[in-house]
Design a protein around this ligand. Sequence first.
Ligand SMILES: [Zn+2]
Length: 718
Amino acid sequence: MRIASVLIPLPLPEAFDYAEPEGMELAVGDVVAAPLGPRVVRGVVTALRDGAGGNRALKPVAGRIDAPPLPAQSLAFIDWAARYAVDQAGLPLAIALRGATAPKARPERVAQLTGKSPTRLTPARAKVMAAAEVALPPAALARAAGVSAGVVHGLIADGALAETVREAPTDFPAPDPAHAPPKLNPSQAAALAALTAMIEEDRFGVALLDGVTGSGKTEVYLEAAAAVLSRDPDAQVLILLPEIALTEAVIARLAARFGAQPAAWHSGLGPAHRRRVWEAAALGKCRIVVGARSALFLPFARLKLIVVDEEHDASYKQEDGFIYQARDFAVARGKIADAPVILASATPSLETLWNAETGRYRWLKLASRHGGAVLPEITLVDLRETPPEPGRWLSPPLVAAIAQTFAAGQQSLLFLNRRGYAPLVLCKACGERMRAPDTESWLVEHRYTGRLVCHLTGFSMPKPERCPYCTAKDSLVSVGPGVERVEEEVRELFPEARIAVFSSDTIQSAEAARALIEAMAAGDIDILVATQGAAKGHNFPNLTLVGVVDADLSLRGGDLRAAERTFQLLAQVAGRAGRHVNPGRALLQTWAPEHAVMQALAAQDRDAFVALEMAEREAAGLPPFGRLAALIVSGEDPPTLDRFVRDLAAAAPNADGVDVFGPADAPFSLVRGRRRKRFLVRADRSVDLQAYLGAWRARVKPPASVRLTIDVDPYSFL
Ligand SMILES: [Zn+2]
């Protein structure tokens, strides 16, 4: 008798053992049904071993499910993912099985040619007869022919077409690498040559495709995909995008380039579509998948290239459920597949730039098609000289610029990189920010406790009456209003303007986001108050003014990537401005215009900015020079939570090269009735961070009412 280890897609600590029934002939990767308590659940066989001599009576596997087995690479990736995230392997397995558990598409009625000629051939009927070479559902056939459905039904009544029932298609049309190759400019051709050389090595490697908006990165990576597809008739290519809203545009480009629609994969698709893509990926029947981050977990039969577009985008970080950074996981997935990975960006992340600078990644730079200016005209607004009115957030120069832009019939974007309330506290007399003792992290005002708290160390104090630096009385101000507050101000200032807010609190679905973006692109909005999401890859031709309301918050305030994101945003705005008639400009409101990062931004110098950021991170041992992980503990009962947090703090292992900060109240210290506390772990790169976290977690057992979440490489510090 053999014993099958079956991993179940639930938050369970390990795979369970079952007996393999006589004659079932299981294999690793098989999808099976297995009893779990009173239920029968789906699972995947992760190992088989000889069970001779076992003295424990095991329940038998209930049966094999008719689905393609998970390939060995998928199992290896799931195992790696769980280890890296220090989480339960059932969680990434659940993502990997999302397409397998969806119901299959029902058989569909299609209209087929019968061989009989129509009794009467109108131009519309001729179009349908030509399009009917491929059997399609009547409505789709009418769409393909560009005629009304009545024409198709007329031909069915006439006997020239007949309706038959067929199984919904499982495969996707094969892309043709020779369909419509573009003409590349010399800079693109050079980058493609380097990528082709990497592809021909036929093994794992990472390339950074680095070029400003408009330099033609997409064309280059599509040609790299073409090279992969022509080399190997079974090769599959995965193209990851940070946002569903960008998918349609990229799919259209792929269809034009390869003469066939690629498979799309994201949460906005119906279950039958997901099932079809999942099976096609497993059976090698789709060769290009364009998808959101979870597409990494599709059971590719022969994955030969991964492209991560807009690799710097923070949306690649999955923050709920199983926590992962899809860009980093794409590199790991490429390593498991022994396949090349292309990271594309106009403003690469510091992590990726560091890997490029140190030679781990190939660095391919694309020249700007337009040459010249890369960033818009950037002006620093010194808030000490031209402060907003009391209780306001927009300075007179920014208000004047908005008024001018509005009067010219153009659009403004007011940007706050924080939708939350976690503000910075500073002295309006001397410009100093309130800091925790012996650290470089700023104190954040907390709404619930009325205290100033350091998110890094957990230090906290009541908000003082006098500035500890210059002793001015009542000089401390909290900077960083929420977007809604700025919206209110803009409405008062410009009652006749059309104003909208874009933040995850106000825009709660992909549909709503798309509608708002379309309204902005169509010029139906005059002033958009937005968090980060609004700037991503969208084209707003009439947007000429960007106002950064809180450039200081961009520099500090608990989020180590905030300055980087501000720089990325400005570069993206610039990429659009360069393509249109109206030049763009950006106004940055700051209390510290002399700050080196502000100066680098104003000078429009990416290299200087990156060098500064790198130096700061290196000095602090922060990523990419060190590693971070967060432990978030939450519970509804304060005494139980506090007791567990104390136990957890006491259980932190001592290790060289590891600093543990906290516990601190999380900035969102009360969420849906649960109080939250955070620890932050900083480790040298030489430390096995996962082993450290695993050892720590193994020393404590949270009570049932307390949840402990580990976030490796945190992006959100809330
Ligand atoms: Zn002061």
